[in-house]
Design a protein around this ligand. Structure first.
Ligand SMILES: NC(=[NH2+])NCCC[C@H](N)C(=O)O
Length: 271
């Protein structure tokens, strides 16, 4: 078996989440954590529970880990590391308040037997929301969170594993590339229409106009099943028309935290 092969367009098998218990609600300085509004405790817990239920029903093993103390954004596990199935890439968060989440998740992944494949080093920064493996292609978003050095370091690591790295400049509307596109099958992508077509070469694309920072953000479960946030009507309608089975989920309390559905999960295994 080849090492480090991962494809976000395959069925979700194992995922790491961090349910909002305490830390997500303990935000003093909203701006520092890039959280727009404090979440309602009961609603956030209930919404996250539903998300876990849907993923379990779809056949994924959902691993729950405790939030990292002092880190309200640790519920957004996607950003904290990049799993390549049998190994992982240690990242370096672009938002200073999130530094430390890389160590936390690195240890968790190592406990699951993943080896460290590589590491993003200063002055580089890279967050998981910008990294979309679709072997043999690897999409890297250049955003306010993933800088030029970080993108170049990731490209080098994945090219050594046999991927073709494609760097995409993320428009300011989005925090990460993951807000603007999602793999929804092995050769299918849901993407905002300002992503250059040539960078998506080889994939069939469902184009979106994208009015929100998370318009292109859905969770692909596999077997043409997708989780879509309740307000994201454009994606829901277009995916429905293409024959996808849609699970609509209200994630308002995480949208308040500047996140979308996929930001809440770290895909550990797809296949
Ligand atoms: N992958 C994502 N879009 N994650 C959303 C993260 C939101 C979080 N408040 C932050 O700014 O870091």
């Amino acid at each position: 078996m080849l090492k480090g092969i991962f494809h976000d367009g395959k069925a979700l098998r194992r995922v790491i989440v961090s349910p909002p218990e305490k830390e997500y609600f303990k935000v003093e300085n909203l701006e520092e954590h890039n959280i727009m509004e404090r979440a309602n405790v009961n609603e956030a817990r209930e919404q996250h529970k539903k998300l876990r239920e849907i993923m379990r029903i779809a056949g994924a093993e959902v691993i729950e880990v405790k939030e990292l103390e002092g880190h309200p954004n640790s519920v957004f596990t996607m950003d904290t590391a990049l799993s390549l199935g049998d190994s992982y890439i240690k990242l370096r968060m672009g938002l200073p308040a999130r530094r430390g989440e890389e160590e936390w998740m690195g240890k968790i992944l190592e406990n699951f037997g993943l080896e460290r494949e590589g590491e993003v080093k200063a002055p580089g920064t890279a967050e998981g929301g910008d990294l979309i493996p679709a072997y043999p292609i690897f999409f890297i978003g250049r955003s306010t969170r993933t800088n030029k050095e970080g993108a170049a370091q990731i490209a080098k690591i994945v090219e050594e594993l046999g991927y073709e790295a494609r760097i995409i400049k993320v428009p300011d509307l989005h925090l990460h590339l993951g807000g603007a596109m999602t793999l929804i099958g092995e050769d299918k992508i849901l993407a905002c229409n300002y992503i250059p077509r040539n960078l998506l070469k080889g994939f069939d694309v469902i184009w979106l106009n994208c009015s929100s920072f998370i318009s292109g953000n859905v969770i692909y479960l596999g077997n043409e099943k997708v989780i879509v946030e309740r307000r994201n009507e454009e994606a829901r309608k277009k995916l429905e028309k293409e024959g996808y089975e849609i699970f609509t989920l209200d994630l308002s309390e995480f949208v308040k935290g500047s996140g979308g559905p996929s930001c809440l999960i770290l895909s550990l295994e797809r296949g």
